[in-house]
Design a protein around this ligand. Structure first.
Ligand SMILES: Nc1ncnc2c1ncn2[C@@H]1O[C@H](COP(=O)(O)OP(=O)(O)OP(=O)(O)O)[C@@H](O)[C@H]1O
Length: 233
């Protein structure tokens, strides 16, 4: 279980997290939805063990973020995570060397699914192709928790749908938890088991997706419009 309790983070005077608390059960697809600057990336980095909180705690299966918890987490960052000279195959080998849970068979299937070439230079690839490389690198690990920060950014809408369906049907592993940030609630609505709505460092609403839909008699997309201050949607 990923547990976040009373998380606070400041960057100078800017407060990025303002008392965020939640717990994520295993085996779920969780959406982290929110406005620009809501604190989504900051929260994911704190869980990934890349950014210390100023106050509060993150625990992963009861342990504070450390080298050991990083082994349990695959993290897809918003920024590119490879050296500029790397080809797709170099990035795959780099991740294989870094993480003992790299799954060669799955990485081959993902390579084929995304239509990527091992000898293609990543730096010269389109934004959408680079997003696919990042997804390949994150999903090829046999990690219990997969953190995806804006994973579909730059990928065209048609391909996004196919990728989401493939993640759900073919690439998500038993018991794995996928926690992903996105602005596109309508696109991911069908995928999500659980949802967190963030705004200006706070959680506005969170819960089981189906329960929220039943309680409020509307889609997550409509709920999102309802919970966010109009000027910021
Ligand atoms: N390294 C940093 N230095 C200074 N301010 C930062 C830093 N990282 C984040 N912030 C600020 O903290 C706030 C939260 O940023 P964060 O990137 O977590 O939001 P986000 O929800 O991921 O936004 P977006 O959807 O636009 O990517 C923003 O106001 C941002 O400008």
């Amino acid at each position: 279980m990923i547990q976040v309790e009373q998380a606070y983070k400041w960057f100078g005077k800017k407060q990025a997290l303002n008392g965020v608390s939640f717990a994520l059960e295993e085996g779920q697809i969780v959406g982290l939805l929110g406005t620009n600057g809501a604190g989504k990336s900051t929260l994911l980095k704190a869980i990934a063990g890349l950014l210390p909180l100023d106050r509060g705690t993150v625990t992963i299966d009861g342990a504070l973020p450390s080298i050991a918890t990083r082994e349990m987490l695959a993290y897809l960052p918003e920024a590119d995570a490879w050296y500029p000279w790397m080809k797709v195959g170099d990035a795959m080998r780099y991740m294989k060397d870094m993480y003992g849970d790299w799954n060669d068979k799955k990485s081959r299937l993902l390579l084929e699914f995304f239509g990527l070439k091992e000898n293609a230079a990543i730096a010269k690839a389109s934004k959408g192709t680079r997003a696919k490389v990042k997804l390949l690198l994150a999903l090829s690990r046999h990690a219990k928790y997969v953190l995806l920060d804006e994973p579909f950014s730059g990928i065209d809408p048609l391909a996004r749908q196919q990728i989401m369906e493939a993640i759900l049907d073919d690439f998500m592993e038993e018991g794995q938890t996928i926690f992903m940030s996105t602005h596109e609630v309508m696109e991911v609505e069908r995928l999500l088991d659980h949802v967190l709505f963030m705004h200006e460092g706070r959680l506005l609403l969170q819960g089981n997706a189906e329960t929220l839909r039943l309680e409020r008699g509307k889609s997550l997309t409509a709920i999102m419009k309802e919970v966010y201050p109009v000027a910021h949607v």
